[in-house]
Design a protein around this ligand. Structure first.
Ligand code: ZN
Length: 343
């Protein structure tokens, strides 16, 4: 029986999640999934030092998982990895440069660089710089680095990458002939996702939410490259971490492994309606949903929250309750935490 504690830090439209697993012999295993934006890195370290490390033998994360290279996920990992250095057990991360020819990769970077005066291209240019910097620090410190692809798992099988598969991951990367298209569509998507507003019909979002969720089911290739990670804990319950994965990525996982009856779901992409479908929600039927979001019209989208609730989920978001803590088993009390409010 594995006890589990999950901290979803309140970092706006970004992700920083700390998972603490404890087995029946009281051995702990600490996982950090993403680190938020670069400015959130210090908060991640402070949280680990305040709530986790005083109570365990470990002094650094056993495993860091980088879901994808968007800066709101990878940015904060840079200060964290700098801080803990070679004490970190291992890191699971996908580097696009390992999967396309160096010529294609250089063309991709060059294409972004040429357009970097335009605001919408800066988000991705920064993200690419982040992944190169992070991998440089990891390698210089001699930290074990493994691909975060389907098949990657811990020896006991408790922590497993369900997606992306190598095939799906490489299908998302641009070939030589479509680098320009890739660059403009990724940049436009990233820009709209951060700065765009949604026009929301309150009545429909409340009364008929699931059809609104099903209207738009596409996301960027970068988001779809997100690692989908499963942890099995407590009464063999499934905990699913999704980064910014979209419907296409989750359906690719569904084709290989069962993702029905999820106990706890990290709702993908800060609660955007584009990253889940009502069919997937019905299939996964998560009992508890945690969202890391800022509380804007799109993140989390009201229709998505209401559709999850229609399917019986209890939904919580950092924009409403601040940092969220889910724990099952024996973990030290926190006097400064109070019960989170359901959306
Ligand atoms: Zn994100």
């Amino acid at each position: 029986m594995i006890d589990i504690s999950i901290d979803m830090l309140s970092v706006g439209n970004a992700d920083a999640i700390i998972v603490w697993l404890k087995d029946s012999n009281n051995n702990s295993y600490i996982i950090l999934i993403d680190g938020g934006n670069s400015s959130d890195g210090e908060r991640v370290i402070t949280h680990l030092e305040q709530y986790i490390f005083p109570h365990v033998r470990e002094s650094a994360p056993d495993l860091i998982v980088s879901t994808h290279h968007d800066k709101d996920h990878i940015g904060g990992l840079i200060p964290v990895v700098r801080h803990y250095g070679r004490r970190i057990g291992e890191i699971w991360i996908n580097n696009p440069a390992d999967h396309i020819s160096s010529h294609s990769y250089q063309s991709l970077k060059e294409s972004f660089r040429r357009k970097s005066a335009q605001k919408q291209f800066q988000v991705i240019t920064e993200s690419i710089a982040n992944i190169e910097e992070l991998i440089g620090i990891v390698d210089r410190n001699g930290i074990t680095r493994k691909p975060a692809l389907y098949g990657q798992e811990t020896q006991n099988g408790i922590i497993k990458v369900l997606g992306p598969s190598r095939q799906f991951y490489t299908s998302l990367l641009p070939g030589m002939d479509n680098i320009e298209d890739y660059v403009s569509s990724e940049a436009t998507y990233a820009y709209n996702s951060i700065f765009g507003e949604a026009s929301v019909n309150e009545h429909a979002e409340t009364n008929s939410p699931c059809p609104i969720v099903d209207e738009e089911n596409s996301t960027s290739a970068t988001n779809n490259s997100s690692v989908i990670l499963q942890v099995v804990a407590k009464s063999n319950d499934k905990y699913l971490f999704t980064g910014d994965a979209g419907v296409q990525a989750i359906e690719d996982v569904e084709a290989r492994v069962s993702i029905n009856e999820i106990y706890w779901l990290d709702v993908p992409h800060h609660g955007s309606r584009r990253n889940l479908s009502s069919r997937l929600i019905a299939l996964m039927s998560p009992q508890k949903c945690f969202i890391s979001a800022k509380g804007t019209s799109k993140h989390p989208r009201r229709a998505l929250v209401n559709c999850l609730k229609r399917h019986g989920s209890s939904v919580y978001s950092t924009h409403k309750s601040g940092s969220l803590w889910h724990h099952r088993g024996a973990f030290p009390d926190r006097n400064d935490y109070s019960t989170a409010t359901e959306l």
